[in-house]
Design a protein around this ligand. Structure first.
Ligand code: ADP
Length: 633
């Protein structure tokens, strides 16, 4: 066997992570142990799973465990596991690059200034590299299960690491930390006990520590198991503390921020399962990626896979946690999961438990909650909504079975006030004569708020929901109703505003009266609009463009086109405000000058587009007509 030492540079992002970690005065640096024990436990989980199909993998070394060996004389702490181990290639790939896209993206998005900020490291898990919070030199000796060679990985976090052949009696991984001068407390038995109890008590595999007992001649070393070791999700809720849930979340999710809330459940009956589902506080960088996410799947306490997406719909991809089934076969694969009827049952349960948790949070409103040991007033649901509302909305579109429950969880800005409102609250505020729930879709909140389409609604004290998220268009399209009330777009068809007999008469009168002018305008705009009519929708603006009740909204049309769909040109209806001075003046112009009339008609149309945030088809022509008009005035 060669004894050559190879040097490898770290990937650039690893160097950035390391430079933060190495220089960090991070106050919770004991988390390094949580991270390393978690990796060890994962390695054993994976081996245990593989051994189900090939029992010979275990060999003589059957007692799966994690060991801590502090060596005071040498100033080192050894963390050992007899899990699946790593090959030379795995060592180089796993401990030289960052696999997690979230961390990598976050790293790339940080400014040079932010990279100096030690508080940043708490925002993203740095896994293995957190060893350098307490160690100058880290030496990993690993032997992969089924292989007869061991490899050593060593680094001082100065841009590169070394790899060389090594010795290890059996499979597994040894991590030796040469502790920094100011980190010698992690050689102390009681400090280690405390850290393990705090962060890793629930780890299912025994964590044994080598301790010294007796004095002088009678001095001897023995092994002491220092964790409770039962799966947290199998314990009764009353036996699990707030901090244990928080630590469990941090360990299983790679997120160092406290979770916002969780639900711990057991389902009994024809199918049995238990689990804990967490809502994170912050959305990860890759939340837009529909193929990401998932929870950890266990079968009868045996770890099966990370990120089981089969038991979680895409629109709940932010949920983290574990699900443990009594019914799935131990050799379950992704392919089996995709077809198995039990999977559908589990998925349904996971959806239900999560939606119930969300409903509870929504009901809670503003309340006192504890975050990082500090009590504070928070509206957790609105915080959740701002981070993940967009993803949840996908559920309304995709999941007909959950649609009704999800509709109650939607939140929008509205003309009623500054804060977000739900549909139930909207309905409770409806005017006695109001029949529908009104909304306006636009590219931004400001455009929605200023839309001419909602002028009359606001005047009648009808609340309007502002929808500025592209998915909202799809959402209202499938939702259509809430609690028996139609969802009605302020920019479509007739608004059904209450009108007295007199008002109705007036409108007919005006339509008749302006008739010749309306048809002249239509002639000018024949290519752009399909009808010109008077409206009572407007109070302050002279004109707006509306769609038929079942027509596609313009923003939807635009989005579809941007997405590459061939959407046929849809003509809309130009509605005029008969009371507006501009419309009044059209009468006098109509008799004078044809060119001027054409300009006015075009301007009316183009400014209606502008009010929706849409550029007229011929912006230069629009500008010229405005200039002419100004010069004339
Ligand atoms: P993460 O655990 O989030 O993937 P880490 O940086 O902590 O990131 O570890 C990177 C990878 O190195 C792990 O995913 C795993 O494949 C491997 N690894 C780390 N520690 C061990 C270990 N004790 N045994 C086997 N593999 C390990």
């Amino acid at each position: 066997m060669s004894t050559t030492v190879e040097k490898h540079p770290f990937q650039a992002e690893v160097n950035e992570v390391l430079s933060i970690v190495v220089n960090s005065l991070y106050s919770h640096r004991e988390v390094f142990l949580r991270e390393l024990i978690s990796n060890a436990s994962d390695a054993i989980d994976h081996l245990n799973l593989d051994a189900l199909s090939s029992p010979t993998l275990l060999g003589e070394d059957k007692e799966l465990r994690i060991e801590l060996i502090p060596d005071r004389a040498a100033g080192t702490l050894l963390i050992r596991d007899n899990g699946r181990g790593m090959t030379r290639e795995a060592l180089i790939a796993n401990l030289g690059t960052i696999a997690r896209s979230g961390t990598k993206k976050l790293m790339q998005s940080l400014s040079a200034e932010q990279k100096k900020d030690v508080a940043m490291i708490g925002q993203f898990g740095v896994g293995f590299y957190s060893a350098f919070l307490v160690a100058d030199t880290v030496t990993v000796t690993s032997r992969a299960a089924g292989s007869d060679t061991a490899w050593v990985w060593q680094s001082q976090a100065r841009g590169d690491f070394e790899v060389r052949p090594g010795e290890r009696a059996s499979r597994g991984t040894d991590i030796v930390l040469q502790l920094k001068e100011d980190a010698k407390e992690y050689l102390d038995e009681w400090s280690l006990r405390e850290v393990v109890r705090k962060y890793s008590d629930y780890v299912r595999w025994p964590i044994r520590m080598q301790v010294e007992r007796g004095e002088g001649e009678a001095k001897k070393t023995e092994w002491d198991t220092i964790n409770e070791g039962s799966a947290l999700w199998m314990r009764a809720k009353s036996e699990v503390t707030h901090d244990q849930y928080v630590e469990f979340y941090k360990q299983t999710s790679h997120d160092w921020t406290e979770p916002m809330a969780w639900t711990h459940f057991k389902v009994e009956g024809t199918h049995e399962l238990a689990g804990i589902l967490f809502l994170p506080t912050k959305a990860p960088m890759d939340i837009g990626d529909r193929k990401k996410g998932g929870v950890r799947l266990f079968v009868k306490r045996v770890f099966i896979m990370d990120d089981a997406q089969e038991i979680l719909p895409e629109w709940l991809r932010f949920v983290r946690g574990v699900v443990d089934s009594e019914d799935l076969p131990l050799n379950v694969s992704r392919e089996i999961l995709q077809k198995d009827a039990t999977t559908r049952f589990i998925k349904k349960q996971v959806v239900q438990k999560t939606l119930n948790l969300l409903e509870e949070l929504a009901k809670e409103g503003e309340a006192e909650v504890e975050v990082d040991g500090v009590k504070q007033m928070k509206n957790r649901y609105l915080d959740f909504w701002r981070e993940f509302g967009r993803v949840l909305k996908e559920g309304v579109y995709h999941d007909a079975a959950s649609r009704e429950q999800l509709a109650r969880l939607l939140r929008y800005e509205s003309s009623a006030g500054k804060s977000l409102t739900g549909l139930q609250d909207y309905v409770s505020r409806m005017q006695p004569d109001q029949k529908a729930i009104y909304y306006i879709t636009a590219d931004s909140l400001t455009t929605a708020q200023a839309s001419p389409h909602i002028e009359a609604l606001k005047k009648s004290n009808y609340e309007v929901l502002f929808m500025s998220d592209p998915i909202d268009e799809w959402l209202v399209d499938v939702l259509r109703q809430f609690e028996g009330k139609d969802l009605c777009s302020a920019s479509k068809g007739d608004l059904d505003l209450p009108e007295s007999e007199q008002e109705k008469l007036n409108k007919e009168e005006q339509q008749k009266d302006l008739g010749p002018i309306l048809s002249r305008i239509h002639k000018v705009l024949d290519q752009q609009v399909k009808e010109v009519r008077v409206t009572d929708r407007l109070t302050d603006s002279p004109a707006c463009l509306v769609t038929d009740r079942d027509g596609m909204s313009t923003s939807m049309e635009r989005r579809l086109r941007e997405a590459g769909h061939a959407v046929p040109e849809q003509k809309r209806i130009l509605e005029l405000n008969p009371k507006h001075a501009v419309v009044q003046r059209l009468r006098s112009i109509a008799d004078l000058d044809d060119v001027k009339f054409q300009h006015w008609a075009s301007l009316l149309h183009d400014q209606a587009l502008l009010a929706e945030g849409v550029l007229p088809a011929d912006p230069a022509g629009f500008a010229r007509r405005i200039a002419d008009l100004m010069a004339g005035a």
